[in-house]
Write a protein that binds this ligand. Structure first.
Ligand SMILES: C[S@@+](CC[C@H](N)C(=O)[O-])C[C@H]1O[C@@H](n2cnc3c(N)ncnc32)[C@H](O)[C@@H]1O
Length: 166
C-alpha cells in the first residue's frame, strides 16, 4: 500500500518538545479548513483546544478508559479508540485528514526515535496530511542536526553549518 508513494510525500513534520510546545503550534498550524486527527489524546485537553480552530477534529487513544473519560469531559467532541500503529484503522475513519497531532507515551525519548520516524513516515505515506505535529524531544533534536545534501553548488551553505575547524 505504502511502497510506491515512499519519498514522494509533501507532508511537513513539526517536532515539538513538551506539551507546552505541542499545544502552542495550534494557532500556527491549524486553520478553519482543516480536518484534524489527534493520536494519543488522553482526556482530550489538546483535542478541545484544536476543535474551535478547525472544521472537524477526532481525538483518538489506545486506552478505552481514557476515551470514556474524554467523552464525559467533552461530550460535543468525537473520540475513538485507536492504536497509533494501526494505520489501517486510522484510514478506516474515512476522513481526509489535513493535519495530524501525535502525542503518545513512549515515543518522545531517544530509545524510540526509530519508532517515531516509522510512525511519521507511515502516516505521511498513507494519509498524506499537509503536516504532522509530534511531541518528541528526541526527534526535535535529531531534526535540528539534519542537513539534506543539495549538491556541490551549495557548498558555501554547508560550510556555514559545519563546526569550525582548527
Ligand atoms: C501524554 S498522554 C497524551 C496527552 C494529550 N495529548 C494531551 O495533550 O492532553 C499520552 C497518551 O498516549 C496514549 N498512547 C500510548 N500508546 C499509544 C498507542 N500505541 N496508540 C495510541 N495512543 C497511545 C496513552 O494512552 C496516553 O493517553
Amino acid at each position: 500500500m505504502a511502497h510506491d508513494r515512499q519519498f514522494k510525500w509533501k507532508t511537513k513534520f513539526i517536532a515539538t518538545r513538551g506539551v507546552k510546545e505541542y499545544r502552542e503550534t495550534i494557532p500556527v498550524w491549524v486553520n478553519q479548513n482543516d480536518v484534524v486527527l489527534e493520536i494519543g489524546c488522553a482526556w482530550g485537553t489538546t483535542t478541545a483546544l484544536i476543535a474551535p480552530r478547525c472544521q472537524e477534529v477526532i481525538g483518538t487513544d489506545v486506552s478505552p478508559e481514557v476515551i470514556a473519560r474524554a467523552r464525559e469531559k467533552h461530550p460535543h467532541l468525537r473520540f475513538e479508540v485507536l492504536d497509533a500503529f494501526d494505520v489501517r484503522a486510522a484510514l478506516d475513519l474515512g476522513k481526509p485528514f489535513t493535519k495530524i497531532y501525535i502525542d503518545i507515551s513512549g515515543v518522545s525519548g531517544y530509545r524510540s526515535l526509530l519508532d517515531a520516524i516509522a510512525l511519521l513516515t507511515m502516516y505521511a505515506t498513507v494519509l498524506c496530511p499537509e503536516a504532522i505535529i509530534v511531541k518528541s524531544g528526541a526527534l526535535k533534536h535529531f531534526a535540528s542536526q539534519c542537513i539534506p545534501w543539495r549538491g556541490l553548488s551549495q557548498v558555501e551553505s554547508y560550510a556555514k553549518a559545519a563546526p569550525a575547524r582548527r
